[in-house]
Design a protein around this ligand. Structure first.
Ligand code: N2P
Length: 357
């Protein structure tokens, strides 16, 4: 019996020691395992030094993951494998997530830095009163081009992309709404068109662009354009700003037929585990100094008017990236077209991509 008690005591002591050791491992660098925050953002969309700064200031450990489209972000959130505490979807996706009851109403009393956002970017139709979403970056979709590689071609609009002299010269952003949107806009249809004849016409027109298409690419489009691997890139405006920072021969134009005006906002998914930390993170990103540092790093346009004061004047006065309201009024914001129509846009886009191969 004594031996049994001794053996039992040894097992208890070893287990206690093991538990202690495991808990130590979990709380690496002094973070307790419960104090983490999972942030889900677009690729290349934050200055990672800010994540370190947030961790130091709050003691919260950030787990940072990235996505490359609104659609893939939504799928991950719907699957629920990971509980994301903060995500950064675009406006039409926010509308959709709201309608699917995937978002948590925000507590504005925990977001005092919201006062720094330019009212022009608040209370927009996709989220009246900013009940669920807080502005992060905004911009347009347009064409970044290398005049030296274009010869005498003058680039003004989407329809110029079909010029036969541009064979194999176009790199394109990998986004269903963006690419179908080029087809629609080039035919002077709305970016939110749901008329099947128009959509099929846009897809057929896009198919004829194939000879000029070099590739459809993700974030690497920036490196390829800056390295002059192609004459033309269809990009989000912030990527153009970044490319032009690397290579100042290039220029950016918002096509004359019209284009997309987009807003990426921070949200808290309903499945979030660290709601308090999520508010802290959003408020931290709204701080003018942090927002300015982030803008400086990623090159996208900030909606934070206090941050604008801290940025290089040349950057914030550049109407290619900070277009005035008279210009943005002429652009279109994507709307949530409903589950079936969004799936149809994706299907047309996939068919277009397959047609290329
Ligand atoms: C950043 C992508 C920005 C997405 N790499 C524009 N909605």
């Amino acid at each position: 019996m004594r031996k049994l008690i001794q053996a039992f005591s040894v097992i208890v002591i070893v287990s206690v020691l093991l538990m202690f050791w495991v808990s130590k491992l979990n709380s690496s660098e002094g973070y307790t395992s419960g104090n983490t925050l999972t942030v889900f953002n677009w690729g290349d969309y934050i200055d990672e030094e800010l994540i370190d700064k947030f961790e130091e200031e709050t003691g919260i450990k950030v787990i940072y993951e990235t996505f490359d489209s609104n659609e893939s972000m939504l799928t991950k959130i719907q699957q629920g494998g990971t509980s994301y505490d903060v995500a950064v979807p675009s406006e039409y996706m926010i509308e959709k997530m709201k309608s699917e009851d995937l978002l948590l109403p925000l507590d504005h009393s925990k977001l005092p830095n919201l006062k720094h956002i330019d009212p022009r970017f608040l209370d927009l139709s996709f989220d009246p009163g900013n009940q669920y979403s807080i502005p992060y970056f905004w911009g347009t979709v347009g064409i970044v081009y290398n005049p030296e590689l274009l010869g005498d071609i003058e680039l003004k609009g989407w329809n110029d992309l079909w010029n036969p002299a541009l064979k194999n010269e176009i790199l394109m952003v990998d986004g269903a709404r963006e690419v179908i949107g080029i087809g629609l806009n080039s035919l002077h249809y709305s970016l939110n068109d749901t008329n099947n004849d128009h959509l099929l016409e846009a897809k057929a027109k896009l198919d004829t662009l194939t000879p000029n298409l070099k590739a459809i690419v993700g974030d690497e489009i920036k490196l390829l354009m800056a390295n002059e691997e192609a004459a033309i890139g269809v990009v989000w405006s912030g990527d153009a700003a970044d490319i032009m920072w690397e290579n100042d021969k290039l220029d950016y134009v918002v096509p004359e037929e019209g284009s997309n005006l987009w807003f990426d906002n921070m949200v808290i998914p309903k499945t979030a585990k660290n709601i308090e930390g999520a508010h802290q993170f959003i408020n931290f990103m709204l701080d003018p100094e942090n927002a300015a540092q982030n803008t400086d790093y990623v090159s996208y346009s900030t909606p934070n008017q206090a941050a604008l004061q801290l940025l290089d004047e040349e950057v914030v006065n550049d109407e290619r990236f900070y277009p005035p309201e008279e210009l943005t009024e002429k652009l279109e914001v994507y709307e949530d077209l409903g589950k079936e129509m969004l799936a149809y846009y994706n299907e047309l886009y996939l068919k277009f991509k397959m047609h290329r191969n």
